[in-house]
Write a protein that binds this ligand. Structure first.
Ligand SMILES: Cc1ncc(COP(=O)(O)O)c(C=O)c1O
Length: 360
């Protein structure tokens, strides 16, 4: 039985979009492919309001490839890794695995990372890159990336700011040039509401220049090769997942129709409703003022059995997510991203109320 996914990725994908995968295949070295791919890039540029100083690209991979791209192609010597959850921690460890030095700015899970703390660390002058997670999916925390971007640009213009917005982009307002970041990326199975298998990345010209200067960039992780190939051929350097690109093309049409602001407002309405529900019965795990607009992480103060809840929800064709890793059963997470709307969220929460006997 189909369960409607209220987990923070993969999220629900409509049949219309899924069917876009059923196109007959085309060769990836043909004009037809270049037309499809260029169309997608232009739609991304338009939706994310990218100025000429940024490049857009799509990789056939999940979003994690971009941890390696940053580690191999962007970090020269040493990165400051802002860590306040499982994914931001993994970003840092990946950079270490790429053979670069890392210093962690660790903040307790559930708390946000503020620009003051980053500025203090950067004042040592030893970092060439900063990494941060826009939307920490493990804790439901939204880091203040616009504020951080402003500070980094003004005070440390040569330090590259690389942002994991894997579960934030599209649902949350994500305008790379307003954030003033150098790299920002997302996976398609989150707020793009597509099957997993593609990642979207935006790269500033400054970051591309940096990459040209970094040795041992690898092959699949070589950002210069990825971006230059598009400039020269309007194609990807290796065989891409063509069926998924058809779904992305269709999704971009729908997003452009709804507009960046419209999509954000829809997510904000879902987040506010879910947060209000959570505060009425439980407690939010995220620090006040820094709650994610795409996933709500609820502190399970009533010690309800989340695993059992999901069994009952499955009968009603819904699925939510337990807490991440060490936070399982201590927290649970409701993903409100992608194709979901307020009516759908209200329906799902009504079912949870009924199953758990929560008073109105
Ligand atoms: C914030 C964040 N970063 C990284 C990842 C890993 O992404 P992927 O599984 O697409 O590689 C996830 C997945 O949930 C995530 O939420």
């Amino acid at each position: 039985m189909h369960k409607r996914l209220l987990i923070p990725g993969p999220t629900e994908v409509s049949a219309d979009i899924l069917l876009e995968q059923a196109h007959f295949l085309i060769g990836h070295r043909t004009g037809e492919f270049s037309e499809l791919y260029t169309g997608i890039i232009e739609k991304l540029i338009s939706y994310f309001e990218l100025p000429n100083s940024y490049k857009a690209t799509v990789t056939t991979s999940s979003g994690t490839l971009w941890f390696d791209i940053v580690g191999r192609s962007i970090v020269k010597k040493k990165a400051l890794v802002c860590s306040n959850g499982a994914f931001s921690e993994r970003f840092g460890k990946t950079i270490q695995d790429c053979g670069k030095e890392v210093d962690f700015l660790k903040v307790e899970w559930g708390k946000a990372i503020k620009s003051d703390a980053i500025a203090e660390k950067l004042s040592s002058g030893e970092f060439d890159t900063i990494t941060i997670c826009h939307n920490e999916t493990s804790t439901g925390v939204r880091n203040p990336i616009y504020e951080i971007g402003r500070m980094v640009r003004q005070e440390y213009p040569d330090v590259m700011l690389a942002i994991d917005s894997i579960s934030g982009m599209v649902g949350d307002k994500t305008l790379p040039s307003e954030i003033d970041c150098d790299i920002i990326f997302a996976s398609t199975q989150k707020c793009f509401a597509l099957p997993p298998g593609l990642a979207v990345g935006f790269v500033s010209d400054k970051a591309l220049e940096r990459a040209r200067d970094v040795p041992n960039r690898g092959l699949y992780t070589n950002l210069v090769r990825i971006l230059d190939y598009y400039e020269r051929k309007h194609q990807t350097p290796f065989t891409p997942n063509i069926p998924l690109l058809y779904t992305l093309d269709k999704r971009m049409d729908l997003l452009l129709e709804e507009t960046h602001e419209g999509v954000y407002q829809r997510h904000k309405a879902m987040a506010e409703y879910t947060q209000k529900w959570a505060k009425k019965h439980f407690r939010l795990f995220a620090e006040p003022g820094y709650e994610s607009v795409t996933v709500t992480c609820v502190e399970n103060t009533l010690a309800k059995n989340v695993k059992e809840l999901n069994k009952e929800l499955a009968e009603r064709q819904f699925m939510i997510s337990n807490g991440y890793g060490k936070l399982a059963e201590k927290t649970f997470r409701i993903g409100h991203m992608g194709e979901w709307d307020l009516a759908g969220i209200k329906e799902a929460l009504w079912h949870i109320d009924e199953i758990w006997g929560l008073t109105k």
